[in-house]
Design a protein around this ligand. Structure first.
Ligand code: ADP
Ligand code: MG
Length: 728
């Protein structure tokens, strides 16, 4: 092992005790792990930390000046409390030590130091209780650690823990950097010079021991680019590998089934639906598997586009599978596809069309006998369209000739699941894959998370749709409005319209069962309570519940009765949790009342309200909240009420989240490798890194001449795989 080997174990460089502490606190094992633990910020010598920015509960390292020190005996026990008041020149912070009277000697008014601990409030005063501290050297005592820590103008401040301070981490970094030899750079030299970036060795020195902010800037530019680049190489390589896979061409465009379907459609397709359909048809005709993401706001007509693609492959002699994230959605897709197809879905039955097909439904909660019937249709190929949950892919279900897989909601369907499709198609080919998502994804996120997919976007809603009117009802200020809302529910029900009432939690039973929101908050509206009181207060209305604790059969029964307005046991008001969030399509639903709406995120609210106003009837969504005027929660609700543009809201939502959440919510496996890169903001870097990555992969797809890059990439793929296995 050379001194430039970043994979060396830490214990071979920094001493056993420190290595163990770093491992325990941060899971670090190698030199690389430590060097990739970048400073969170830099304290400038002579410039004190702004104490007003501290938040309760936060672990912080502050640079502050001692103003006053007092020492007093403890009241209840033996021993003493030493309290130092430190200041940034404006605000104050109380720093208390128990039984450390000896510190009085060094904690003299006028001295500055680093104080590291957890912020709390005690009798309205901000404090750090028994923090770690390191005083600026003043020539009297020559603490070598202090001298080294304050050697530069910029003092790196690291994410630290109670047992491992920022300056201890800095000390370990120093030892490693002092002995670091030439390191292998994952970014090829040509790319470095084209981009004007510093090499890895230099970047690591600059980020940990900068002399000025220009150094920090140069280091960050390089390290951010590296993160984007390595990720884009993974994606570019994956695209290349997929391009080598083969698929059966399904080139029939105007087959009998799809033509018959189009003729029956009660509306004309939008321009967007037509052009996306053409893109898909072109992919399906190819001999490599399609991997396409179809994004479009709720109600933009994705399902119709997907269904037409499925009918084309059936016309071409293949089968199509539609995978939904939940059983409710699978059942609903099944129902609505059968409705849309009518006699075309009833081949072999009396009244069924001769050139029709069959639609099969496969869910986990199905009875064995029923499942057997459906499985038979799948294996013989009688069922051209098979609807199920994502589990269908892991299951041992055999298709006669699976041509196309449509996945509803991409972020739960990763690379590993795509790989599992290999076993489903015939003769070593892969099926074509179309994934649909109703969460509009900003361009850079799409490039980062879905960079290995082609993307189609439906950006317009079908004409004639009245936009959903959304209003905030603030119960504290306008209790009368809520009363009026319940009257409205009765009026709508009298017109045979359907009403959703959404609650953040299920309620009633033990809190540990309350999976859909933080437990134990009984003041938050619950499905069980609200359903009960509505049944009581709205006599004559048929009120039912829908939530994740019901069985698949129960949920399906309730949805069927709610969706079908001529059902004998129809339901007027459905009180539900977010299980209705995606994909539920009930044309007669006109009204949605969301209780404690501030409990939901922006995108979630947007998805939820997309469930009403889907037919020709105008939709109304009421966001009920007791959040105060001007509070962030109230502002979020106002934002949702002010626009129906899903892209605008999703951008807003992403900006309000932390970076890790953005990717975490989209797809796993990407978070761990991104430390500095901000996917929503660093568009420019991502675009350039992508171009550079494509070039490298084109010339050297196996990365034979890029050993360091190859090693980086292997470790990212291993992380993704580990994360997948953990979840599975
Ligand atoms: P998405 O899946 O994108 O949420 P759907 O495909 O479910 O949207 O379509 C929403 C509703 O709009 C459905 O009731 C569908 O029948 C209808 N629809 C789809 N395309 C059109 C169109 N071009 N014109 C009118 N209505 C349409
Ligand atoms: Mg849909």
């Amino acid at each position: 092992m050379t001194s430039g080997d970043l994979k060396r174990p830490l214990s071979s460089v920094v001493g056993g005790k420190t290595a163990t502490a770093l491992g325990k606190s941060f899971g670090m094992a190698t030199v690389n792990d430590l060097l990739r633990h970048y400073p969170r910020r830099y304290a400038q010598r002579g410039e004190l930390t702004d104490l007003a920015t501290l938040r309760d509960g936060e672990s912080v390292t502050v640079l502050a000046e001692i103003e006053q020190v007092t020492i007093r005996p403890m009241k209840q026990r033996r021993g003493s409390i030493l309290e130092a008041v430190v200041t940034d020149g404006k605000g104050r912070l109380s720093v208390t030590f128990f039984n450390q009277a000896w510190r009085e000697r060094e904690l003299r008014a006028g001295r500055s130091g680093l104080f590291s601990g957890q912020v709390s409030s005690f009798r309205n005063k901000r404090q750090l209780a028994h923090p770690q501290c390191l005083l600026l050297p003043d020539g009297v005592d020559d603490d070598p650690e202090a001298i080294a820590a304050f050697a530069g103008v910029l003092i790196p401040v690291y994410p630290a823990t109670g047992s491992l301070t920022s300056w201890q981490i800095a000390g370990a970094v120093r030892v490693v950097l002092d002995t670091l030899g030439a390191v292998d750079d994952p970014i090829p030299d040509a790319v470095l010079s084209a981009e004007g970036l510093v090499g890895l060795n230099r970047a690591l020195h600059l980020i940990h021991r900068p002399t000025d902010f220009e150094d920090v800037g140069a280091a960050q530019a390089r390290l951010k680019f590296e993160e984007a680049f390595v990720l884009q190489v993974v994606l570019a390589q994956r695209r290349q590998q997929m391009a080598h896979l083969s698929a059966t061409s399904r080139a029939v465009v105007d087959g009998p089934l799809r033509t018959a379907f189009d003729q029956k459609l009660p509306f004309v397709l939008t321009a967007g639906q037509n052009s996306v359909s053409e893109e898909i048809a072109k992919d399906l005709a190819g001999t490599h598997p399609m991997h396409r993401l179809l994004q479009g706001d709720v109600g933009s007509g994705k399902t119709i586009v997907a269904l037409r693609a499925m009918l084309s492959v059936v016309d071409a002699g293949g089968q199509a599978a539609l995978l939904a994230p939940t059983e409710v959605l699978a059942a609903q897709h099944y129902r609505s596809i059968r409705e849309l197809l009518g006699p075309l879905a009833e081949r072999g039955l009396l009244g069924g069309a001769a050139d029709g097909t069959k639609v099969a439904l496969l869910t986990g909660s199905q009875r064995t006998a029923q499942r057997r019937v459906e499985l038979l249709d799948v294996i013989t190929g009688d069922a051209g369209i098979v609807v199920g949950t994502h589990a269908l892919i892991q299951d041992t279900v055999e298709f006669r000739d699976l041509a196309l897989v449509v996945v509803d909601e991409q972020h739960r369907f990763g690379v590993e699941q795509r790989a599992a499709l290999a076993a489903k198609a015939r003769d070593g080919t892969r099926p074509h894959v179309l994934v649909m998502t109703a969460t509009p994804i900003p361009r850079t996120v799409a490039m980062t998370v879905f960079g290995d997919l082609d993307i189609s976007t439906l950006s317009e809603l079908p004409a004639g749709r009245t936009p959903i009117a959304t209003h905030v009802i603030a119960t504290r200020e306008q209790p009368g409005h809520l009363v009026r809302a319940w009257q409205r529910v009765q009026e709508e029900a009298a017109k045979k319209h359907r009403i959703f009432v959404v609650c953040p939690r299920i309620g009633d039973v033990g809190p540990e069962d309350d999976l859909e929101i933080d437990a134990g908050e009984t003041s938050i509206a619950s499905v069980i309570d609200i359903a009960q009181s509505l049944a009581r207060d709205l006599p004559g209305l048929r009120v039912e519940m829908l939530h994740g604790r019901m069985s698949g059969d129960e949920k399906e029964d309730v949805m069927a009765r709610f969706a079908n307005i001529s059902h004998a046991a129809g339901i007027d008001v459905l009180v539900a949790t977010t299980v209705i969030e995606v994909g539920v399509d009930v044309p007669a639903a006109t009204t949605m009342i969301i209780l404690d709406a501030d409990r939901f995120g922006i995108s979630q609210l947007h998805q939820l309200r997309g469930r009403v106003g889907r037919g020709s009837l105008p939709g109304l969504c009421l966001l009920v909240t007791d959040a105060d005027a001007g509070s962030p929660a109230r502002e979020r609700l106002l934002a949702v009420a002010s626009t129906t543009d899903g892209f605008e809201l999703s951008q807003l939502d992403l900006e309000m989240r932390r970076e890790g959440d953005v990717l975490g919510a989209m797809q796993s496996g990407r978070r761990s490798s991104l430390r500095l890169l901000e996917v929503v903001r660093d568009e420019d870097i991502i675009v350039r890194a992508r171009a550079a990555a494509l070039e490298v992969i084109e010339v050297d797809p196996q990365l034979r001449d890029h050993a360091a890059l190859r090693i980086e990439i292997d470790s990212i793929i291993a992380d993704e795989h580990a994360e997948f296995m953990e979840k599975a």
